[in-house]
Design a protein around this ligand. Sequence first.
Ligand SMILES: [Zn+2]
Length: 66
Amino acid sequence: MTIPAIEVCPVCGVTIENGAKVVFSAGPAGNRARLWARVCNFAKNPDCINQDEASIGPVQSQDYYD
Ligand SMILES: [Zn+2]
C-alpha cells in the first residue's frame, strides 16, 4: 500500500503529510491522534480520512484541547 505524500481530509480540511504529520490551519503541526482528538472526533463523518483507529494510534490526554 502506498501512502500519498499529501492527503487532505475533505471533511476537516486538514492536511496529512506522508500519512503521519498533520498540518493544522493554525498552530504547530501534530500527529493523527491529535487531529482526531481535536477535529475528526467531532466530525463523525464517514468521509473523514482520519477515522481509522489503527492509523491514528493511541490518543493521549494532552492531544485534546484543555
Ligand atoms: Zn477529518
